[in-house]
Design a protein around this ligand. Sequence first.
Ligand code: GLN
Length: 483
Amino acid sequence: MLSKTVAELSAALDRKDVSSVELTQAYLDRIEKLNPDLNAYITVCKEQALKQAADADKQRAAGNGTPFTGIPIAHKDIFCTRDVLTTCGSRMLHNFVSPYDASVVERLQQAGAVTLGKTNMDEFAMGSSNETSYYGAVRNPWDSSRVPGGSSGGSAAAVAADLCAIATGTDTGGSIRQPASFCGITGLKPTYGRVSRFGMIAFASSLDQAGPLSKSAEDAALMMNAIAGLDSRDSTSLDHPAEDFTAHLQQSLKGLRIGLPRDHFTADLNPAVQTILQDAIKALESLGASVTEVDLPHNHLSVPAYYVVAPAEASANLSRYDGVRFGHRAENPVNLEDLYKRSRSEGFGDEVKRRIMVGTYALSAGYYDAYYKKAQKIRRLIKQDFDEAFKSVDVILGPTSPHTAFKLGEKNADPVTMYLEDIYTIAVNLAGIPGMSLPAGMLQGLPIGMQLVGPAFSEARLLNVAHQFQLNTDWHQRRPEVK
Ligand code: GLN
């Protein structure tokens, strides 16, 4: 039962095959058994979850259910939750309880979802392996010596190991798609502004976007129905007409034009990954899609541009952690400066400090034009590349990551090798367009994801392509054996 999708669980709840209280208890039992090893959750909300489940059972019995009524879910610990700890994976917020819920949390709660807990993540969402978390690394359920990806690694591991039905994540440069790829699940980063950032702890505000990590494209569509839409509390939230993301899942792929970026399919890409993607492309062609090559001439500049823009924004966003208003406060400060200095030195980990320094440098007088302004220009060129490509294709397909999940500790010596993890995902954030990752094959017992990218507001189309692929393949149904 615990491996079922949201759509299947919702039907089972309707048929009264199981109650939400029973389901929630079963997930809680599994979390208790497996989380000590996986470390996917930072906080488990046992009593609150059982209470929400009991309420949800009443709602369904009264005929007031939505697809999420009584469905046990998990939130990345970057989303503020009233009455429940929100750490953002940092010592800085080890004691922080928000006075309000994030919009994403609120909307899912209004839809009747049961919150099992808050999932582990890289500190302030900075990382690609979950190893920068103050709460320790998360283990990949497929192989406990490997990382689950990051920064939404806790959410990805929890979904893959059946420690929840579906989870929320955030993606600033790849943090939904890359862990989805490493854990063999489906993940969607929506168009920038489509999902409210209110109550989502800011990393790089012009790039951050929330989205689902799920067991199927259909489930991702269901979650988008619950969380997308205008929110007056987020000034960058877009006023786009409400959409039913499940409405086009069944649409045929006849006539779909797929673009393959020439620079993604080079000799540098692992040949085994190439073969897996070629098979996936063949499957889509047999469903009526056609394939051509496209150019994204500035893609190779996306990682360097991102590592100027994102740290610059982070350095500004993280200035609010001063030890005064909330979060970690150094003991016995001798004066105000000492309070600031020691609270921040003690509260932030190494990677966060590195980003604050890089960002502050890039924004400082004399360097602003050379770095920040130049990075913003590259960002525009990257956006234009996509606009050009989408004149001749509907979606762009490629790898999500150059490889399968790597070993814990493998990439910690040199930050740049870790930054290169996002080589296929970051351009999508810089351009503000939607991208998703879905399981496309297995390599030596580990999942491989493929990425689909579309123009702004094409989420329904991406979900349609992914759903049709999942109706005709079973990669998304593979589950790790976790004991
Ligand atoms: N890995 C990238 C980084 O470390 C992206 C992280 C993210 O998407 N939150 O910044």
